[in-house]
Design a protein around this ligand. Structure first.
Ligand SMILES: C[S@@+](CC[C@H](N)C(=O)[O-])C[C@H]1O[C@@H](n2cnc3c(N)ncnc32)[C@H](O)[C@@H]1O
Length: 268
């Protein structure tokens, strides 16, 4: 495992102990995403991840590894189980026995180990090459040269709402993504917004308000009460030529293309 953190594990990642990672998929992904944040994984987040998952993929902020593992499982099961009407992608997977290269980046080593194990457990080892890198997603300045312009897609799912810095500073993660992507690559991600920017239905519900307070002030795993849609969009535009966003429930979904290298922020 490459180690390039240059910082201590922060309070947004310290929660991810081996024990908590055992309950993460059920508690955080299946229950909280649907009932607190109004953005279910089955109908919204996993399809969104799969749509932006390519041969050379970097996943930033991995926790259990659920999204890359599930995306790979879908890919490999479709390439082995379809009959005579296979798509072009499925045919190329079968004929070339496509190998997927995935790099996992996280500030917490437990997450990297857990995610790597899940992907290896649920997918054919011969067809997935996994690299792990211990690195702070805000730290674009110390990014390894070997990671620059290497990837055709980068995912940043449920990462930004965990990082305990002011919203504007979270844009450093967009700059890191822009540095890592090939010219034609795409960044896709999602993050829970502060209450001001939730959709109208969510603003009327008590459950997400209580969840925000509890997870920001008691558990401390979220740091997002002041995360604003317009600030995050500005950060994306400073680092990418083409940006799309959508609010689903309490969550901002974003995609960004045409990376601008050496983006809008001063060297950090
Ligand atoms: C809520 S989990 C999201 C995991 C996964 N992407 C998902 O959607 O299920 C946040 C992850 O980001 C990691 N993380 C938090 N702060 C980070 C930072 N500054 N740099 C890199 N990873 C960080 C945590 O360790 C954790 O694995």
């Amino acid at each position: 495992m490459a180690d390039n953190t240059n910082t201590n594990t922060n309070r947004g990642s310290a929660w991810y102990t081996p024990l908590n990672l055992l309950i993460y998929d059920l508690h955080v992904l299946r229950i909280n995403m649907t009932y607190l944040w109004g953005c279910p994984i089955s109908s919204v987040l996993l399809p969104f991840f799969v749509d932006h998952f390519s041969e050379k993929h970097l996943d930033v902020g991995v926790a259990s590894g659920y999204f890359p593992s599930a995306a790979l499982s879908r890919l490999f099961s479709s390439s082995t189980s379809s009959g005579g009407t296979a798509t072009a992608t499925e045919n190329s997977d079968r004929e070339g026995e496509t190998e997927r290269q995935i790099t996992l980046m996280d500030i917490n080593p437990h997450c990297l180990t857990t995610a790597q194990s899940l992907i290896q457990r649920d997918n054919p080892l011969s067809r997935v090459k996994i690299d792990t890198i211990l690195h702070n997603a805000l730290n674009y300045a110390s990014l390894l040269e070997s990671l620059k312009r290497k990837f055709t897609s980068v995912s940043m799912f449920n990462l930004l709402h965990c990082i305990p810095v002011p919203c504007k500073e979270k844009s450093s993660a967009f700059r890191l993504a822009a540095e890592c992507l090939e010219d034609g690559g795409v960044l896709a991600g999602c993050t829970i917004l502060g209450e001001q920017d939730w959709d109208e239905k969510s603003k009327k519900r008590w459950l997400p308000k209580i969840g925000m307070w509890h997870l920001n002030h008691l558990v401390g795993v979220l740091s997002n009460q002041n995360d604003r849609k317009d600030i995050l969009e500005q950060g994306l535009r400073e680092n990418f030529g083409e940006v799309q966003t959508e609010v689903v429930g309490c969550m901002l979904l974003f995609t960004a293309k045409k990376p601008i290298r050496g983006g809008g922020l001063e060297e950090g």
